[in-house]
Design a protein around this ligand. Structure first.
Ligand code: DGJ
Length: 728
């Protein structure tokens, strides 16, 4: 059994195939004993989490146990108000003005499977796939119960954690901080890996040694954001891509978050993740419950790559839902960079016709089809078709595309409102704002107040109506600004600081309703590219437009960083025109095609503007992608060379059945008389022979892994894909 409770020693064991997470009770404290490589048993919690007196500045909570101070213990769920003076996971204010909480064991239960988190995205599991432990801790004075939930995915080597607070007292509780996971380590000898970025430059891999005090990555932007991803990992100093200990946390949430470490006076490190306490307060009335979102925790001793593959496998199988979670997705063409706002039905049909000729399967109409939107200055919220551009409406256009033998997809930005719109004329109070203060515009738009159910229902009805009345097989769900002047006309004064989280709950309600009704539609999320590339969004929409930066070289970095936590199947990746619209770089179509083939392949250009040679190459890119997509999307990814560390980037994908191996090799800049570099494969069968499909070379798994394939850095922006099939 993955979860075992040793009653006599008061120890909980949570075992996955290769890892263990162990916690138990020392005195009244729920103590973290161990997280790492599998350990079947420990003699006692104290053996793994020893304690000793540290003097008067680490106070003791019980005169009978003078050796025990919460300040020096590794704690499972640190709360404010006891001798533990490190950063707490929970802080609340009670009816008497106090903010001291004291949680003691009340009960626990172990169940098969994984209960849903009400109203929140979360990983899911069948009855036999996972086990869940729920530990209930009670605060006697206020009568609140705190439930710590751990789900163990035994075969997947992952554990999820979340927290629920139930107010069984008579008075309101103001929760000002509630994190979902906190883990204490006796050592601080780690590097923190995080994924900071910016618009068009998402998820750059950053590795920084832990230092005394707090190191925080967070978002206060109302979105998980381009600037910081809700992912961190602690890696042993010696951990590399292929070996060493690493501990990851990834937040299944798309709004404000905090994550980080605190290294204390004794050299202990606390790692944590949860809702951002900044500008947050939740009034929990008597009888109410608050559930904090889920953190996915992964330990691996196979380095950064080992951790990534665990996340990839879990997200492919236990996070992304719906028809498209496990089926190959269509090759698409999107008109955004081809036309921007300047299109009509004829132009779109012509783009689709040319695309059909080279094997594209889905035509996506982007921004500009509604209201009077001919630029970004108006009409968000007015989701009715612009008949000047599209005289036959969306349904007429969709039929024309379907008649070509293609599917049709449509762009929306349903969380926004333009001040120049009919919707704003009718409902000026439907946006986030604070009365009497300026409403700052970003891209000439304001954010709809999704904490208001009327707004959510309006969007569900409006978007639903369009999807019901036309043959729409794909939706791109965009979101193009962050929250400012966060306030809601709908919420009372004492609940204003709930707005940002209530917004996310509203958004999740809208998405759940729409993806449930339109369960055959493929949804792709987008936020100015990858501004909300997080597991929360992936729960509703199985792919995300990775970045607005479509330059092949920039994409090497962006897709590398994204792959630290997220699988290739979730990354929208398109071939765009040259000179590239974001960085003005000119790259060969081969590298643009090869980079896009490592994600959800598509085009972001007008193929009518290519010459015959380029069009033929574009066609070959589509064919190549169709041959590779099952391997890339459902296989295991190995990062063999990092563009952050060298002039090269190399990825290897091994198919699910282990019979096909693809290498994507990129040379960033040419070198004169440069040295050979060798691509050494990972995890092949050393005894088997593998044959390359194009050049026919036959090599053993041992040769591919130990000698490797020699490559020369001959050209700028060089790229090559090798596909080996196992012969025996
Ligand atoms: C931002 C997206 O990332 C782009 O792909 C495009 O859809 C524009 N918005 C449209 O306004």
């Amino acid at each position: 059994m993955p979860i075992i409770y040793d009653e006599s020693k008061k120890i909980f064991y949570m075992h996955t195939k290769n890892t263990s997470y162990i916690a138990g009770f020392v005195s009244k404290y729920f103590v973290h004993a161990y997280w790492g490589k599998r350990v079947n048993e420990i003699p006692s919690v104290e053996a793994a989490a020893p304690y000793c007196p540290r003097g008067s500045f680490s106070a003791c909570g019980d005169k009978n146990e003078p050796y025990i101070s919460a300040d020096t213990l590794p704690l499972e769920f640190p709360v404010y108000g006891n001798p533990d003076l490190r950063s707490p996971a929970f802080h609340a204010e009670y009816y008497d003005g106090s903010s001291v909480t004291e949680l003691c064991y009340a009960s626990h239960k172990i169940i098969n499977g994984k209960p849903k988190l009400e109203g929140l995205p979360s990983a899911f599991a069948g009855e036999n796939e996972a086990q869940t432990l729920e530990v209930c801790l009670h605060d006697e004075k206020t009568d609140i119960d705190v439930y710590l939930t751990y789900t163990v995915f035994e075969e997947k080597d992952a554990i999820t954690r979340s927290v629920k607070v139930e107010n069984n007292g008579k008075s309101v509780v103001n929760i000002s901080k509630i994190l979902s996971a906190s883990v204490d380590f006796y050592s601080a000898d780690f590097d923190m890996i995080s994924l900071p970025g910016a618009w068009g430059r998402e998820r750059r891999v950053q590795r920084t040694p832990l230092s005394r005090g707090a190191m925080i990555v967070d978002s206060k932007r109302g979105a998980s954001s381009h600037q910081m991803n809700p992912f961190i990992a602690l890696a042993d100093k010696k951990t590399t891509e292929n070996s060493g200990d690493i501990y990851g946390m990834n937040f299944v949430y798309s709004g404000n978050f905090t994550a980080g470490t605190e290294v204390d006076q004794y050299g202990m490190a606390r790692m944590f993740m949860g809702l951002n306490p900044f500008d947050f307060n939740w009034r929990l009335e008597s009888g109410e419950t608050f559930t904090a979102p889920e953190v996915v925790m992964v330990y691996s001793n196979s380095g950064i790559g080992g951790m990534s593959r665990i996340y990839h496998n879990l997200y492919r199988n236990n996070l992304c839902r719906g028809k498209y979670a496990k089926t190959p997705r269509p090759v698409l063409i999107n008109n955004w960079e081809a036309t921007y706002f300047d299109f009509n039905e004829e132009k779109i049909v012509n783009i689709a016709k040319k695309a059909k000729e080279i094997g594209v399967e889905l035509m996506v109409l982007d921004d500009g089809w509604f209201g009077s939107r001919n630029n970004d200055k108006s009409s968000l919220g007015d989701w009715f078709v612009n008949e000047t551009k599209l005289p036959n409406g969306i349904s007429g256009l969709a039929e024309k595309i379907e008649a070509l033998g293609m599917k049709f997809g449509l762009w929306f930005e349903p969380e926004m409102i333009s001040p120049v719109s009919r919707l704003y004329e009718m409902h000026p109070d439907w946006c986030l704002h604070v009365p009497g203060r300026a409403r700052s515009e970003g891209r000439n738009q304001l954010v709809l107040d999704y904490s208001n159910k009327d707004v959510c229902d309006y969007i569900i009805n409006t978007v639903g109506e369009i999807l019901r009345n036309a043959k729409i097989s794909y939706v791109k769900w965009d979101m193009n600004r962050h929250m400012t002047e966060i306030g809601s006309a709908y919420l009372p004064a004492e609940r204003q600081r709930e707005t940002a989280h209530r917004y996310m709950l509203g958004l999740y309600y809208v998405l759940e309703t729409l993806v449930t009704e339109f369960d055959t539609v493929l949804f792709e999320s987008c936020s100015g590219g990858g501004g909300r590339f997080d597991p929360g969004m992936l729960y509703y929409m199985p792919q995300t437009w990775t970045s607005d930066n479509s330059d092949a070289i920039e994409r090497l970095y962006i897709q590398y960083g994204t792959s630290i936590a997220y699988p290739a199947i979730t990354m929208g990746a398109h071939v765009s025109a040259v000179p590239n619209h974001q960085v003005h770089r000119v790259t060969p179509i081969e590298i643009r095609g090869d980079v896009a083939a490592m994600g959800q392949f598509g085009f972001e250009l007008d193929l009518n503007r290519l010459n015959a040679d380029e069009l033929q190459k574009a066609k070959e890119c589509v064919e190549q992608y169709k041959n590779l997509r099952n391997i890339v999307h459902f296989g295991d990814m190995y990062r063999l060379a990092s563009p952050f560390e060298s002039n090269h980037a190399v990825w290897q994908f091994i198919s699910e059945d282990k019979n096909s191996v693809a290498f994507f090799c990129f040379n960033i800049l040419a070198e004169v008389n440069g040295k050979y570099w060798f691509i050494k494969a990972e995890n092949l069968d050393p005894e088997s022979m593998y044959k390359e499909k194009e050049c026919g070379i036959e090599l053993s798994g041992a040769a591919l892994m130990n000698i490797g394939l020699p490559i020369m850095s001959e050209s700028d922006f060089g790229s090559r894909v090798y596909l080996f099939e196992k012969m025996n």
